[in-house]
Ligand binder design. Sequence first.
Ligand code: NAI
Length: 327
Amino acid sequence: MSELSFKDKVVIITGAGGGLGKHYALEYAKRGAKVVVNDLGGALNGQGGDSKAADVVVEEIKKNGGVAVADYNNVLDGAKIVDTAVKAFGTVHVVVNNAGILRDTQFKKMDEKTFQLLIDVHLNGAYKVTRAAWPYFRKQNFGRVINTASPAGLYGNFGQANYSAAKLGLLGFAESLAKEGEKYNIRANTIAPLARSRMTESILPPPILEQLNPEKVAPLVLYLSHEENKLNGETFEVAAGFYAQIRWERSGGVLFKPDASFTAEAVGAKFEEILNFDDSAKPELLKNQHPKMLNDYQSLTNAARELKPFDASGISKISLKDKVVLI
Ligand code: NAI
């Protein structure tokens, strides 16, 4: 493959004053991009702010002969970040939604502010920046979005209900953008990285941290945001030089006939089958429904007619007596 050049491409990287974002910024600049280094320079928990973080990265890029401007806006002021790009370079071609903070708290102690803040910075911030860039993408028939999820979003993690919710939200966000952007040559993909940074330095043991050089994540971000890339709406786990795709898998499933036999007890009795992945599918579109679910109501009705009612006799009734249920 010939060298992937970003000459004349304008790239916004949020949270590029340190950690992963800084490495992306340096690499894009090396390959000829005009880089907007956004960072409000706050603490890991999101408090405070300092223009120095972004300035230092811009200085380093310029020292190496690259082109970059600093931007100190909060990602929640996404339109201002895109304005910085447009004022300096006329447009924007790539948005890397990378800015992030942590407020780890056991769920029993997680107040609304702690939850909302994480949704704001990660998810609403990505929305704000991408939304402001979208008209430029459409007009120039080119755009690339990289969203930064996390293994904690894919699998959940103790003390990170706020972070996990925001991170998995970014995946759904990218999947929909991919579908809407496809015909305008706009691609949106998601990465779930693990790397050495101030986010992980106090959590992971030194021998593991040694393997997790953030430079090992940058090649994926660069490839996915290049015009060569045709992948769209995909998700990748990336750590220590290991690159793998993540996708959804749906079990073979069970179709219940909608009659009196279709009860909570019948569902309970069929769980072994519901959880059986022997006949699984890997859906990518809303309309990729399971053959048993079928694509239209007519065939669904026909399929249901063909099924014998599930025999629920002999299954003991599930009782909710004395349970308090909030719906
Ligand atoms: P980092 O803390 O070094 O970098 C994040 C940057 O975002 C900081 O420079 C910070 O000032 C900036 N930032 C925070 N809130 C901002 C806001 N509202 N507006 C503008 N800038 C803001 O952390 P790291 O590790 O480089 O993280 C980068 C991204 O990767 C984050 O989204 C993080 O959640 C994600 N991630 C990192 C993992 C890791 O192992 N390091 C694991 C999974 C996900």
